[in-house]
Design a binder for this molecule. Structure first.
Ligand SMILES: [Zn+2]
Length: 196
């Protein structure tokens, strides 16, 4: 089992968790930025992080793992590999969460729903509802990063690899702006500072 420090180290080393001065999509400023795709691009890190979740659900007789595209696909696959069960993903069709490509869930099947990042938990809830329309049972939720810092509860067994709240401020309140040493950047631009 990885310690919180080891998990954080993996996120920092992979470039998924950046430290600096960022302009978020909302326009607010933050001293951290999280991009899960950066850690999931490394199979050896993904294997380690997924094992953290697989161990929690090993005794739950999971029969299928399902994650919402795109974020949940890699995690679903890796959990399925470790738990030795099929892994599938849901997609949106006209805004509605659905199973396509011949993917099916059967009545009473025991399902583990996974997602890379949850902020409000909306996509996970949609997948849960979808699974229930098939008469299957969601027996667990596995999340890589819980950005609600434990505030979102799905009403079933749930585990996350990392739970954190990324602080952000209105521009006028931003302490890094006030210090005036590090100019703010938009994540995804080339001038990323990695202080880690
Ligand atoms: Zn700022």
């Amino acid at each position: 089992m990885l310690s919180k420090e080891e998990v954080l180290r993996i996120f920092v080393d992979s470039g998924a968790l950046l430290t600096g001065h960022f302009i978020l999509t909302s326009g607010r400023h933050s001293d951290h930025y999280m991009q899960c795709a950066q850690v999931l691009k490394y199979p050896h890190y993904t294997e380690k992080l997924a094992m953290h979740l697989a161990d929690k659900f090993r005794n739950d007789d999971i029969e299928i793992v399902i994650g919402p595209a795109l974020g949940g696909i890699i995690l679903s696959y890796e959990l399925g590999r470790q738990l030795k069960v099929p892994a599938m993903f849901t997609e949106r069709e006209d805004g509605k969460m659905v199973l396509r490509r011949g993917f099916k869930v059967f009545r009473n099947q025991r399902v583990l729903v996974v997602e890379d990042v949850i902020t409000t938990g909306g996509s996970v809830r949609e997948v849960m509802q979808l699974v229930e329309t098939y008469g299957a049972k969601v027996v667990g939720i596995g999340v890589l990063v819980d950005r609600s810092n434990g505030n979102i509860q799905f009403g079933t067994k749930q585990h996350q690899v990392l739970s954190m709240e990324i602080k952000s401020w209105e521009v006028t309140e931003c302490p890094i702006c006030k210090e005036g040493k590090l100019p703010p950047i938009k994540p995804g631009s080339r001038k990323i500072f990695r202080l880690g």
